[in-house]
Design a protein around this ligand. Structure first.
Ligand code: 6PG
Length: 466
């Protein structure tokens, strides 16, 4: 099949090469012509590529129904490109053509674009793509939503391009209508934020409580990557990061990196969406907050002078490592659970009919949050009681105690563990029969006559508190 691809940044170029390797004739276009030429010089011989220097040439290169992947910056650039394709005159988009937005677009934008293009009979597919540069080239996880008809046309190509799910399937499935594909990708990124922060906290605690070198810490992560709860891409790359030496200084590279995390916004969007749908995702929100706080480097340096922390090295390292592993495992399981809960809520609200088991399955390979744990979620959502039991058993009283000891240790030592403690509080709150919100209700009624419900009788009540 013919596939157009606009935007030859790293992700776009790699997706184009992936599609060509899997048998598509790929028509490529980039606004900066030099980029198109550089792409052709480097990769033109790898497959059946047509390079276009103008939008007009790009559109004319299609022999039939057009299917065009946009890999441009999320936001206005997507709208501008669609406008240009629509207004291109004779060879521009016509009814039945397909536009696939493969960037990290906001799902509200995708909902709007789907409707606008559907009015013209044009299929719009908002497709989340995860896996970074390497995934885009060798096999990403793909989350297409929007036009089902278009998905059916693209299905064979997308299946051949995507990663294996480790069990005879491919990491792509039709997600649902409208912006659901981008919503699922956004939540994927929220979970990604949560797990990355949790790993960073485990690393920080171990580093500050011990005299372990980065190489020894890498060995710890390597061992954790063998466990059924923690085996994952993010633990795997953490080991590699900890082993990397800086060629110029001969020092460990991670130690030289400024401790201020960047963000492009998908984590924040996840938290905003969770607030909109009334779902608590405290682990993910704590991860967004932690990035915000990290960026105030100068302020932190100043504050650290006035209240320095003294940390005593921990004596029983094997014990500590085992406890941190448990605390991390349970917190990570919570981060996934919060993401899935958000998906459930949005699915209901939009009638997307999201298939949680399928989403867990297509996250098993190719994407940033791929892990062994996801196969248990996949089975659990498919109704397998043994998978639910597997996850529940991991929260045994002994494991919970280890989790609490680690969160308490962080508090005692003044080592911030925002995502880990948020996970623990989330877990504790959801298994607490009586929470203190009776007092909140009383306060609300006290100052605002907001009324309250009673446990002993039906109805709405107001009291004269004064
Ligand atoms: C992926 C990644 C990718 C990217 C995000 C997050 O699934 O391949 O999530 O989409 O890493 O943009 O980036 P920030 O950390 O900059 O928000």
């Amino acid at each position: 099949m013919q596939l157009g691809l606009i935007g030859l940044g790293t992700m776009g170029a790699n997706l184009a090469r992936n599609a060509a390797r899997n048998g598509a004739q790929v028509i490529v276009f980039n606004r900066t012509t030099e980029k198109t030429d550089a792409f052709m010089a480097a990769h033109g011989g790898e497959g059946d590529f047509i390079a276009a220097h103008t939008i007009d040439d790009f559109l004319k290169a299609f022999t039939g129904q057009k299917a065009i992947v946009l890999m441009v910056k999320a936001g206005e650039a997507v709208d501008e490109m669609i406008k240009e394709l629509l207004e291109a005159g004779g060879s521009g988009l016509v009814a039945n053509d397909i536009v696939i937005d493969a960037g990290n677009s906001h799902y509200h934008d995708t909902e709007r674009r789907t409707k606008e293009l559907a009015e013209k009979g044009i299929h719009f597919v908002g497709m989340g793509v995860s896996g970074g540069e390497e995934g885009a080239l060798l096999g990403p996880s793909m989350m297409p939503g929007g036009s089902k008809e278009a998905f059916e046309i693209l299905k064979t190509l997308l299946e051949s391009m995507s990663a294996s799910d480790g069990a005879n399937g491919k990491c792509v499935a039709y997600i649902g209508e409208g912006g659901s594909g981008h919503f699922v990708k956004m939540v994927h990124n929220g979970i990604e934020y949560g797990i990355m922060q949790l790993i960073a906290e485990a690393y920080d605690l171990l580093k500050r409580e011990s005299s372990l070198t980065n190489d020894q810490l890498a060995n710890v992560f390597a061992a954790w990557n063998q466990s059924d709860m923690l085996q994952s891409f993010l633990i795997e790359i953490t080991e590699k990061v900890l082993r990397k030496m800086d060629a110029d200084t001969g020092k460990s590279l991670v130690d030289l990196i400024k401790d201020a995390a960047g963000q492009k916004g998908t984590g924040k969007w996840t938290t905003n969406a969770a607030l909109d749908y009334g779902v608590a995702i405290p682990t993910i929100t704590a991860a967004v907050d932690a990035r915000i706080i990290s960026s105030a480097k100068a302020f932190r340096v100043e504050q650290s002078k006035s209240s320095p922390l003294s940390v005593q090295p921990h004596e029983d390292m094997a014990d500590l490592i085992a406890q941190v592993r448990t605390a991390l495992s349970l917190s990570v399981a919570n981060a996934y659970a919060q993401g899935f809960q958000l998906l459930e809520a949005a699915s209901k609200e939009h009638n997307w009919n999201l298939d949680m088991s399928e989403i867990a399955r297509i996250w098993r390979g190719g994407c940033i949050i791929r892990s062994t744990l996801l196969q248990h979620y996949q089975k659990m959502f498919a109704g397998d009681p043994t998978a639910a039991t597997f996850i529940r058993n991991k929260f045994s009283p002994d494991a919970q105690l280890q989790w609490r000891l680690i969160v308490a240790l962080g508090a005692l030592r003044g080592i911030p563990l925002p995502a880990m403690s948020a996970s623990l509080s989330y877990f504790d709150a959801y298994r607490t029969e009586r929470l203190p919100q009776n007092l909140i209700q009383a306060q609300r009624d006290f100052f605002g006559a907001h009324t309250f419900e009673r446990m002993d009788k039906e109805g709405a009540f107001h009291s004269d508190w004064k």
